[in-house]
Design a protein around this ligand. Structure first.
Ligand code: FCB
Length: 443
């Protein structure tokens, strides 16, 4: 292997999301989000956890920013909580909420970190859920107005914008399987949500282009491309169906390729597309963010709407049974780059949950170090093979509220003692610090 292939431009960052880290759910005018409501229902979240306190970043952001800088990070990807900016979902902007993100962004820049802000990482104002949430087309327009408020008030403080985080999860886990807020299980609503999330992205893009702001703007997907379970024709077909249903419905419209035929014709799914929608969704993005954790396998299943079912794979798994499959990332990068050869790509999330044990002030999370190493080696290889990969963001900067898993799964490179909120860097944090500094023996 050659030496250091990540050039000086390569952006090393860490990521979190508002509901997972902020806490302070009713401070400075914030109103409930769908995750506050969903967490309150017994049985939805492991151990009955919720994000009321989370890791209290709302009050501890200065300490966190200092830690990021000490660990050599060059960028922080945070998400803005819609219920802080427009607590009623529509209408008045809450300047106290805006102020938090101004303070956070200023703190980041004062330490030389660049600011990557995601507009929607799943915390929809609960009042909008009461009007149908993402199954209602109006939500896309309310999102546009919220995005405009962010551009107006936070424009000078943000270096890169991401419209949505993983619309796959928002639509399918939120409205199809019901594992995530708002906890609905309804195929039709899920498909409506797919289109309205795509539309919301496009509307925000259109508004952004009118602002004259120069910071790059894109979106973040979690492309899912499972392998076929066997070399049988029908299993190969199943993997194409899986990619179409889980990934292409979000990816292709961004590149003006419409909704995939496997879904519209093969599965008979229709989307509530109105005149002009597809042009709006295809507004050119400046970069694409990719979140990557695992690759599965699928077999053909005639009885399933999406014509495929997951089957077990043989790779070693993380403590939440996600297989460790670094080569899947390479396949995805090539597939996505195939949409546009020049488009800058960022890994906006990658990481794993691990059984972290704090002992004498240290967490020797070697499993996580190995996981990260393997994926960084793939990033290098991808760049070698011509992928326009511009940065890597670890998920997550610190342990946090892992959605339906509550606090039972630790994804951080910083350990959080949930009793005291003390932050303790794990070995993986020190390893990344050195990788960023140029230490490159990660393969
Ligand atoms: C992604 C989410 C992120 C985190 C990781 C583990 O799907 O975007 O918030 O939960 O998974």
């Amino acid at each position: 292997m050659q030496q250091v292939r990540f050039d000086e431009e390569f952006l090393w960052g860490c990521a979190t999301a508002s509901y997972q880290v902020e806490g302070a759910i009713d401070e400075d005018g914030r109103k409930p989000s769908i995750w506050d409501a969903f967490s309150r229902v017994p049985g939805n979240i492991m151990n009955g956890d919720d994000g009321t306190v989370a890791v209290d970043q709302y009050h501890r952001y200065e300490e966190d920013v200092k830690l990021m800088a000490d660990l050599n990070f060059q960028a922080y990807r945070y998400s803005i909580a819609w219920p802080r900016i427009i607590p009623e979902g529509v209408g008045e902007v809450n300047m106290a909420g805006v102020d938090y993100y101004i303070r956070l962004s200023k703190a980041l820049r004062s330490k030389g970190l660049s600011v990557v802000a995601t507009l929607y990482h799943w915390d929809l104002p609960q009042v909008l859920q009461e009007r149908g949430g993402w199954a209602n087309r109006e939500t896309a327009y309310h999102f546009q107005a919220y995005a405009e408020a962010c551009f107006e008030h936070l424009g000078p403080y943000v270096d890169r914008w991401i419209t949505l985080n993983e619309p796959f999860c928002a639509a399918y886990l939120g409205y199809r399987t019901g594992e995530h807020a708002p906890g609905i299980k309804d195929e039709e609503q899920a498909n409506r949500a797919v289109h309205h999330l795509n539309l919301a992205h496009g509307l925000a893009m259109r508004s952004y282009r009118k602002t004259g702001l120069k910071a790059p703007i894109g979106t973040t997907l979690n492309p899912i491309m499972p392998r076929p379970a066997s070399n049988k024709r029908e299993d190969i077909l199943a993997s194409e169906y899986a990619r179409a249903f889980n990934t292409d419905v979000f990816l292709l419209p961004l590149f003006n390729k419409g909704y995939p035929k496997q879904v519209t014709e093969g599965m008979g799914i229709s989307y509530p597309v109105e005149k002009g929608d597809m042009e709006i969704i295809a507004e050119k993005i400046d970069f694409l963010g990719i979140n990557y954790y695992q690759e599965g396998a699928v077999a053909y299943d005639e009885s399933a709407i999406s014509k495929h079912k997951d089957v077990p794979v043989w790779q070693p798994v993380t403590n939440q049974r996600w297989p460790v499959t670094p080569y899947g990332l390479l396949r995805i990068l090539h597939y996505v780059q195939g949409m546009d050869k020049e488009l800058p790509l960022y890994i906006t999330e990658n990481g794993c949950a691990n059984d972290d044990i704090l002992k004498e002030g240290r967490v020797h999370d070697l499993f996580r170090c190995d996981y990260i190493n393997k994926h960084l080696a793939i990033c290098e290889q991808a760049i070698d093979e011509g992928i326009n990969l511009k940065g890597y963001f670890i998920w997550s900067f610190l342990d946090n509220f892992e959605w339906a898993w509550g606090y039972s799964r630790r994804f951080g490179i910083i350990y959080v003692d949930y009793e005291t909120q003390e932050r303790i860097p794990k070995d993986s944090a020190y390893m990344l610090r050195d990788v960023i500094a140029g230490y490159c023996e990660f393969d």
